[in-house]
Design a protein around this ligand. Structure first.
Ligand SMILES: Nc1ncnc2c1ncn2[C@@H]1O[C@H](COP(=O)(O)OP(=O)(O)OP(=O)(O)O)[C@@H](O)[C@H]1O
Length: 227
């Protein structure tokens, strides 16, 4: 399984003592785009949280970007997070500083020190999300779609091999959703970044078809179709 960026075998996922998912077997290849669908409360976010080390994996085996989730400690979780990009529906920029400063804040928090390299990286990710000219804008000067692009730019800062996105189009109008989806597909296709995206939005899935994984009745069903 050399091409797998995620490999989960016989895992059980809990929230506290509550079993949320069992018999979880899932493999995602490098550069692959995968939708995670399923009714509300069936465990999509719990699965994503397990993948980025927020929920501990207590049973079964799983590797993410080469990290063994059973071996994670508070010391190694930050290293796992640095190899991932995480995108949320309701991500908030720091309101007291502009886009460049927001992105620099994240870089510094993840160990970057050289000003020139940081500025180059910020220009690079803003270019990738089509917002090259917006670095000096304050968050309140950005539309919802632009804020979501900045969130994707933030996720790209550490050149992730995998992006985990939890309903990234949830608050957006259809046209802006399409733009965000085009951007995520472009990142996946052109930079070889795998994307796992939880969504309820079947309109988006129909327009941008990809492999679908469904959470249902405490199980994860692979290659699901739109019911
Ligand atoms: N922090 C928590 N503590 C305890 N139980 C939780 C916690 N977060 C979620 N749960 C429970 O875990 C189950 C799965 O929730 P989860 O958020 O993973 O589902 P989801 O499929 O992502 O839902 P949605 O589509 O509404 O985001 C639910 O029964 C929920 O009540």
């Amino acid at each position: 399984m050399n091409d797998a960026i995620i490999n989960i075998r016989d895992a059980k996922i809990y929230q506290g003592d509550n079993l949320i998912l069992e018999d979880v077997n899932l493999s995602v290849n490098k550069g692959e785009f995968v939708y995670l669908v399923g009714k509300t409360g069936t465990g999509k976010s719990s699965l994503l949280k397990t993948l980025y080390g927020e929920l501990p994996l207590k049973e079964g085996q799983a590797t993410v970007a080469g990290f063994d989730l059973r071996q994670l400690t508070w010391k190694t979780v930050p290293f796992l997070r640095r190899t991932l990009g995480v995108v949320f529906q309701d991500f908030q920029l720091l309101t007291d500083r502009n886009v460049n400063e927001n992105l620099k804040f994240v870089l510094k928090a993840t160990g970057w020190k050289d000003e020139k390299l940081m500025n180059e990286k910020i220009a690079d990710v803003l270019d990738k999300v089509g917002l090259k000219s917006k670095g000096f804008k304050m968050p309140f000067e950005l539309s919802g779609g632009e804020q979501q692009r900045i969130d994707i730019a933030r996720a790209l800062l550490n050149s992730p091999k995998l992006i985990l996105a939890d309903e990234p189009t949830g608050n957006l109008d259809p046209e802006t959703s399409d733009e965000i989806m085009q951007l995520l597909f472009h990142i996946s296709r052109d930079y070889g970044t795998a994307v796992v995206m939880a969504t309820h939005d079947y309109i988006v899935i129909r327009k941008f078809p990809a492999r679908m994984v469904r959470t249902e009745k405490n199980r994860v069903l692979d290659n699901a179709s739109i019911a």
